[in-house]
Ligand binder design. Sequence first.
Ligand SMILES: [Zn+2]
Length: 345
Amino acid sequence: MLKTIFKYDHNIGLFLVISLVALFAGCQTEDAKDQLLLEDGSIKPRVITTVSPITSIVDAIGGERITLKGIVPEGVNSHTFDPAPSTAIAFSNADIIFLNGLYLEEPALDMALKNKREESKIVLLGNRTLDKSKWVYDFSFPEEQGVPNPHLWTDPMLALEYALIVSAELSALDPLGETYYQSNYKTFEARILNLDSEIKIAVLSIPTSNRKLLTYHDSFPYFAKRYGLTVIAAVQPSDFTEPSAREVAQLIDQVRLEKVPAIFGSNVFPSPVMSQIAHETQISFIDNLRDDDLPGSHGDIGHSYLGLMVENVRTIVVALGGDAEGLQYVDTSPIFQGESQVIYP
Ligand SMILES: [Zn+2]
């Protein structure tokens, strides 16, 4: 019996040694995989982002020189998204973390602060881009709650600010890559300026009395402000529940009063309330505006920040009676040559 136990223990010991060696080898492989060297001897910055438009902007600037992982899956409510406990490992390996900020990703920010390495920086792009005096409070983001509307990226010029910050931060982290990041920024800037002028032309083609937005999810105030549209209402309450029957009745009155030709639902937040409003007012209901859910899937040409904007603007302009023809000339293809290192969750 004693002999059997010894034999058994010996086997367990051997098994443990083998397992530890295997585990150690595994770690080494993981580390090596994680810390890829660039041709100039620099180590690729390991970058974590949150929502897909930001992931796409960081990908456009960082290109082949960085490894990049977004943590908020497309099609989920990014405002309430709580990362899985395993995401802590990604934060602990990151060299830099880009978030929108403006209270959009509080659970992720909290996890990043608790798990990141001391020297790794957290960059809140929205807070860096827009001074507090310019924060927008509105229907779903009322001032008394102190949380501003965080969707700055729906204004391409603010998204360009994000890109400029990303370029500067990546250059600080990886100085030998500065020219590369700046060159990608310049390409991105040219695309954004082209997009901006095509959006202006498209919006101007909408009859003046139709330049009004009623959306379900409240993500277009910065966009509307730049291009001269009025957001007459957003339907979704600040706690992401459904509006009351009384609020729906008020919205119906408002739609009749403002004579809008169409109202816009969200890809991420389907709601029967929108069909009800459209049905009772006899107007069109367009159900696929997106704020952080990129069109198509990773690898498709339009699955990018630029693709997102083109798709949204086309949807809005056509439904409001304008001409979106020029938007087809906006280039939504990848900003840099070579293979993207981005991982969309
Ligand atoms: Zn949103």
